[in-house]
Design a protein around this ligand. Structure first.
Ligand SMILES: [Zn+2]
Length: 609
């Protein structure tokens, strides 16, 4: 048996998802096809977010181990086994051979809401096999002749495809973050390596990442590069030089490695962190000082290196303060960094948040109980409070809460808060008795009663104010009727901001990166309304939202509008997304004082309108 030992959960998740996709296209005459397709997709989702490695589960416990995974039944478990042991799934190959449709292209389109059924109809009627054929048919207006398709639907699909294509080759920061960091730490641990940092747009924490540049300082480049090309994630070696190596990883992303001597580490890091515009402006400043700046250092006219080992040094010899990577865009930061001006913003720090004001539980579409969310927030992420913002009744898909359920939930939250208090005293006592030491459970924790109230088409909310006012805080958000004209959409949000019960507007523009442009909204008017009504705007940290985006963050701050940074967690691991929201805030020049959930809970509640 040729067992592949580098099989990752994501490989298995992908192939199961493709099977579900093909089942939906080609077995749709069977009565249980939809059910079957859905079970493949559900298993795929579970496996994609599983923290333990499936390959290891299988090696340890075999088929029985696989059957312990939620949503994995016998049929799917045996296909996973087949994939691990042979590298193939016969059933998948069989389904694939039935069609000339390019499954790899179309499977991706499902992520932007173009369903297998649509693709089947288009294949049967117009013979469309791949993305470019679909695009041509759309441009020629051929889809509107098919029943169920209109000119408007054509335009929507075309727009979605364009957006999707724009995103090809760009990876969402949150999708690649764990892997990039893992490789970074492995490189740091190689003997003789003094520093290893992932530079580029990753270090600037951009929303999407093209490729990765690792900068490593070592006097033994050969050793580092040998390790780099043999990493289990490497699919292909694209090039190898004396200090530089290029590889393609098995997720499709290119990764470059540059190994430099210690005296050049800072300049290389500065050079490869970018942005391009920031680098150009820096080199201009160097030239004006009769200096030369490149990845190897800052040099004077006699080729003497006068800086290079640290970034701070590089900025220093150009008479600049060190500039945080997130704002290196040549968008005014360089002028403010000139020595003596002290003009750079004191950006919010990654450990400044004390609470999280958008958290969901299994009362609606979250995955675990309020208690479990609270416990994780406190113990694993060091937060002092969370607001439980389950969806409200008009969002039927999520089983949104009605008035009575909201009040019941608020009562339960009070009980939970009592329990937390009691539990802490108990634990503290316990630790003292056992160990006789002064160990104590740190601080208090509080769950706030709240809601993510749904903004209706006319800007009203689906829950009355007298109920909302009984909660600790209220966020409001749009989840439907995305295609209203800009005036209507803006008015909806302005009206929500004017509602005296609404404290925060959640994910204000509704975008999903690479999937959906936000709804059309006059952001200037929303910012103005937020300012006039003392309403807070949210930066949603969920990494496909990052909504507000950086330029709107900056606009909000310039207008003295207050912000919060929330995880929008639907699962305990999602609290880890907060760092992406903080990065977004930093890229929008936000300081700690601009962000309300850096405050302790009592002060926060006093500051809300
Ligand atoms: Zn929402």
């Amino acid at each position: 048996m040729g067992i592949k030992n580098d099989i990752k959960n994501s490989d298995i998740a992908k192939i199961l998802h493709k099977i579900g996709f093909l089942v939906e296209i080609y077995e749709s005459d069977h009565s249980n096809a939809t059910f079957k397709a859905r079970s493949y997709k559900r298993a795929s989702d579970v496996i994609a977010s599983l923290s333990s490695n499936i390959y290891e589960i299988y090696m340890k416990d075999g088929l029985d181990g696989l059957l312990q995974i939620p949503s994995v039944g016998k049929a799917i478990a045996s296909k996973i086994e087949e994939f691990i042991t042979t590298g193939k799934i016969h059933y998948f190959e069989k389904l694939k051979s039935k069609t000339s449709v390019n499954i790899d292209e179309f499977y991706n389109l499902e992520g932007i809401g173009i369903s297998p059924k649509t693709i089947k109809v288009l294949h049967n009627n117009l013979g469309i096999k791949d993305l470019s054929e679909l695009q041509n048919a759309l441009l020629e207006g051929r889809l509107r002749n098919i029943p169920g398709f209109t000119r408007r639907k054509e335009e929507t699909i075309l727009k979605k495809i364009q957006l999707f294509k724009k995103g090809i080759g760009r990876y969402l920061l949150g999708d690649v973050y764990p892997l990039v960091k893992q490789i970074e730490s492995r490189l740091s641990n190689i003997d003789g390596v003094t520093k290893a940092i992932a530079a580029g747009s990753f270090r600037r924490m951009k929303e999407t990442i093209g490729d990765i540049d690792y900068i490593v300082s070592s006097d033994n480049p050969e050793k580092v590069m040998d390790y780099f090309v043999t990493m289990p994630e490497v699919e292909e070696i694209l090039g190898k030089g004396q200090s530089k190596t290029f590889v393609r990883l098995n997720n499709g992303m290119d990764a470059d490695l540059l190994v430099v001597p210690e005296e050049s580490f800072g300049s290389a890091l500065q050079y490869f962190t970018g942005s391009k515009e920031h680098g150009v402006a820096m080199r201009k400043i160097a030239l004006a000082k009769h200096l030369h700046l490149n990845e190897w250092g800052v040099f004077d006219n006699y080729q003497n290196r006068i800086a290079g080992s640290t970034e701070e040094q590089v900025y220093q010899v150009l008479d600049l303060d060190w500039i945080p990577p997130e704002i290196r865009e040549n968008a005014g930061e360089i002028e403010l960094a000139i020595k003596g001006i002290n003009g750079l913003p004191k950006l919010i720090q990654y450990d400044n948040l004390k609470g999280d004001l958008q958290v969901h539980s299994n009362s609606t579409d979250g995955t675990v109980s309020i208690e479990e969310m609270a416990l994780t927030a406190k113990d694993k992420f060091g937060l002092e409070y969370i607001a439980l913002t389950d969806h409200t009744k008009s969002l039927k898909l999520t089983k949104g809460l009605d008035e009575k359920q909201l009040l019941d939930q608020a009562n339960r939250i009070e009980e939970i808060n009592d329990k937390i208090r009691y539990g802490q005293e108990y634990t503290q006592q316990h630790i003292r008795n056992e160990q006789g030491s002064e160990a104590s459970i740190q601080g208090n924790f509080r769950v706030l009663s709240a809601a993510e109230a749904n903004i209706m088409k006319d800007g009203s909310l689906d829950i009355s104010n007298n109920i909302l006012d009984k909660l600790d805080l209220v966020g409001a958000a749009i989840h439907s009727s995305f295609t209203q004209p800009i005036e209507v959409q803006t008015e909806r949000l302005v009206k929500a901001a004017q509602n005296p019960s609404v404290d925060i507007i959640f994910h204000p523009t509704g975008r999903l990166i690479n999937k959906r442009e936000g709804y059309c909204v006059n952001i200037g008017k929303l910012v103005e309304a937020a300012k006039d009504t003392d309403t807070v705007l949210e930066i949603d940290s969920y990494y496909d939202r990052l909504d507000l985006k950086d330029e709107y963050v900056r606009m909000a701050i310039q207008n003295n509008v207050r912000l919060v940074i929330d995880s929008d967690a639907h699962h305990p691991v999602h609290f880890a997304f907060l760092k992406f929201g903080i990065a977004q805030a930093r890229r929008g020049w936000a300081e700690k004082s601009d962000v309300l959930n850096t405050l302790p809970v009592d002060t926060l509640l006093e500051s809300l309108k």
